[in-house]
Design a protein around this ligand. Structure first.
Ligand SMILES: Nc1ncnc2c1ncn2[C@@H]1O[C@H](COP(=O)(O)OP(=O)(O)OP(=O)(O)O)[C@@H](O)[C@H]1O
Length: 222
């Protein structure tokens, strides 16, 4: 369960989220809104990357302010640009980096299994920065999953991908057992989601099923 209670967030003098209160027990949550409406800030609140200026954020009872390290272990984060989260020279090393606290043999087996699952096993020793954009995003997802999070927050993970890779990443996310919070401009990715939040000017202006929320968002953008 994600609980956002009376959250306002400011960057300097600028208020980017205003009095957001919402409780999200569902497993598939979409977040949409215009550029600059506060979606990324909202997403970053959920794993403690951003701490609210006022109010409280809890994930499965853990307070992002008080229990930051525990929240980050349970809530993985996928960025728009995978280059922001690829930290090691080769594909296998990047996934292994997430597993550095595991015994070496266990980590190696888990790396192999994750790379196979994402079709990257043939690229294990390749330089990560030479992968295609889609492959990099799959690597980023594999590295996030290596930590076995309960929740994955994805901030526009398909924005830089071509249609085929966007659909592939969307399908992979759709099939994961984890709770997913997906910030996206790709409205078709939200089919089958339990609930969609619409932000406008830092306010949560609609909270509904995907069809109703997307219709609301389309009207808002007219
Ligand atoms: N670190 C920061 N410092 C100062 N201002 C910031 C910072 N991060 C975001 N902002 C501002 O906060 C506002 C909301 O930004 P945010 O990235 O949350 O919006 P968004 O809805 O995700 O937009 P987009 O769809 O363009 O990614 C914007 O006006 C942005 O310029």
């Amino acid at each position: 369960m994600i609980e956002i209670d009376g959250v306002t967030h400011r960057f300097g003098d600028r208020v980017v989220l205003r009095e957001v209160t919402v409780t999200l027990p569902e497993r598939r949550i979409g977040v949409v809104g215009a550029n600059g409406s506060g979606k990324s800030t909202f997403a970053r609140l959920l794993n403690g990357l951003v701490r609210p200026s006022a109010g409280r954020v809890r994930v499965d009872g853990l307070d992002t302010r008080r229990d930051g390290a525990a929240v980050r272990r349970r809530v993985g984060f996928m960025f728009t640009d995978p280059d922001n989260q690829i930290v090691m020279p080769t594909v296998a090393e990047d996934v292994a980096f997430s597993l550095r606290r595991l015994p070496r043999a266990d980590a190696a087996a888990r790396v192999t299994s994750l790379l196979t699952r994402f079709g990257l096993d043939g690229h294990a020793d390749h330089p990560a920065h030479l992968l295609s954009g889609g492959q990099k995003q799959l690597l980023a997802l594999a590295s996030v999953l290596a930590l076995d999070p309960d929740t994955i927050v994805c901030d526009e993970p398909t924005t830089l991908l071509d249609l085929r890779n966007a659909r592939l990443v969307g399908r992979l996310l759709h099939d994961l057992p984890q709770r997913i919070v997906l910030v996206t401009h790709g409205l078709d990715l939200l089919d089958g989601y339990d609930r969609v939040l619409v932000f406008d000017g830092g306010r949560l202006v609609c909270d509904d099923d995907p069809a109703a929320a997307v219709a609301f968002y389309r009207r808002l953008m007219e």
